[in-house]
Ligand binder design. Structure first.
Ligand code: BG6
Length: 473
């Protein structure tokens, strides 16, 4: 396990909210090597002492002093301008004394120059590794450009592209459910499945990240990575083995089978929205400040089609939005109706197709919707009613997804990281969507904060979502 972490973007939002807290938890639980050290790197002119004070102020309220001290005594700070490879090399080469993991928690436009600086500093020599935060680039062309620079400095086996959703235990459970149960193995395909819904709804707004968001929008911020990774895990063929490349190979094949969106389909297969002022969780919420970037969505609904034998004709609806009525990440698999209905016409009206609903956040629940007659009297076995098998997990306090991913990067396990060809396949589809929007002039429609998106989003939302989780818009 490597014991030296260079953390770029150390004063950024992600580092404060997740990366340093993750390190703190890992140190507390003695999961890091004895000589573990963190070189915190950003542009700000701190020295070790002032950075430690700054970090203590940000983390202090949530942790015991002893835990914080344990982290802070391992942290050094180096101010560096990532756009200047020579000065990077001069400031950082002294840390090439042992194998390192360099973690770029920075905007993607700095990846290429940072990589050149790290190379010049001797920090990318075998067996050192490089971790990159999503999104990798802004489209396929920029992702390929970044990738070419990375490949000129180190090989794929030492490049770790983070998608933190892959580090979430309930996301890994999707694979366990799918591949560990005969019930699903037998029915996981177009003959038995009507549709699949993947929803990532957030109550949070863009808040403070407007600059970044204006260039990305929900399509690039959430769909290109988290949602397509969820789709790939749900739709991929069973891998030959549960090892790094078998899984990544199968995910890539699904992403490559996504049918590019055409301008002619943009109207039927997509909807974009942007929140205006409203009320979320009983609190007034301001509208998204697009700062003149009119063409940025904070909500997107898409109908994706996977053109392969398993999924031909099955719509995968992807919905993500900010400032929704509730925080909900869930997957809903709706099965086809039974082949032949034997019961009466009254029951037929009540009949619901079987549905598997897996809630990933904030609660972890699994519901299986069935039809049965348990609610009827003894002499009415034909009176069918919808019933639900509910498994509500009281999960152990979950670790931050980044804890798991940092350990894996330090150990060198790439299973939960995204491979170059997956990123490319995902961008290829996303580029088709944004080109279709451009050509078709797909509008960004307003929706009030605290609603389930614009009215046009209704066909993209499963009924269970809007009825269980707050009012309809
Ligand atoms: C990030 C996006 O990758 O994921 C954010 O940039 C989003 O916009 C976040 O809020 C959601 O992650 P989680 O773990 O809170 O569901």
């Amino acid at each position: 396990m490597h014991d030296s972490l260079l953390l770029f973007g150390a004063t950024g939002d992600l580092a404060q909210r997740y990366l340093f807290p993750s390190l703190l938890h890992l140190l507390r639980d003695r999961l890091l090597p004895d000589n573990f050290r963190v070189i915190a790197i950003a542009r700000s002119e701190h020295d070790d002492t002032s950075f430690r004070t700054w970090l203590r102020e940000r983390l202090g309220d949530d942790y015991e002093a002893a835990q914080l001290d344990e982290l802070l005594r391992r942290v050094q700070y180096v101010p560096v301008d990532l756009s200047d490879a020579d000065s990077m090399a001069a400031a950082l080469s002294r840390f090439a004394d042992r194998p390192t993991v360099s973690y770029l928690s920075t905007p993607p436009n700095l990846f290429a120059s940072a990589c050149r600086g790290l190379k010049a500093a001797g920090l990318l020599e075998t067996p050192s590794r490089l971790v990159l935060e999503k999104p990798i680039g802004h489209d396929l062309a920029s992702a390929q450009e970044i990738d070419a620079t990375l490949k000129s400095a180190l090989d794929e086996s030492r490049i770790f592209r983070i998608d933190h959703y892959l580090g979430k235990a309930p996301v890994q459970n999707l694979l366990a459910l799918r591949l560990g149960n005969t019930l699903f193995e037998a029915t996981w395909e177009r003959r038995w499945i009507e549709s699949v819904d993947i929803i990532v709804a957030e109550t949070a707004g863009v808040d403070g990240r407007e600059g970044y968001y204006a260039d990305y929008g929900a399509l690039r911020d959430m769909v290109q990575n988290h949602m397509l990774q969820l789709l790939a895990l749900i739709a991929m063929e069973p891998p030959a083995a549960m090892d790094t490349d078998s899984i990544r190979e199968e995910k890539k094949k699904v992403l490559r089978a996504l049918r590019p969106m055409s301008a002619a389909d943009a109207d039927a297969d997509s909807v974009r929205g942007r929140y205006t002022a409203g009320v979320v969780d009983g609190q007034a919420a301001k509208g998204f400040n697009h700062g003149g970037h009119e063409d940025v969505e904070t909500f997107v609904g898409l109908r994706a089609w996977i053109d392969n034998w398993r999924w031909a004709g099955v719509p995968f609806r992807l919905v993500t939005g900010k400032r929704m009525p509730s925080r909900t990440t869930e997957v809903v698999v709706t099965f086809k109706p039974v082949t032949h209905w034997l019961f009466g016409p009254g029951e037929r009206k009540r009949a619901r197709a079987n549905q598997l609903r897996v809630r990933l956040q904030p609660e972890e629940t699994i519901e299986l919707g069935l039809m049965g007659s348990l609610a009827a009297s003894e002499w009415a076995a034909n009176e069918l009613q919808p019933m639900s098998l509910d498994l509500a997990m009281l999960p152990p306090k979950r670790r931050i997804a980044y804890e798991r991913l940092m350990i894996d990067a330090l150990k060198g396990d790439q299973t939960l990281f995204v491979r170059d060809d997956e990123v490319e396949a995902a961008w290829r589809w996303i580029d088709s969507v944004s080109a279709a929007w451009r050509e078709a002039g797909t509008p960004v429609r307003d929706y009030p904060a605290g609603s389930w998106g614009p009215a046009e989003a209704q066909p993209f939302l499963p009924r269970t979502l809007t009825t269980h989780n707050g009012r309809k818009s």
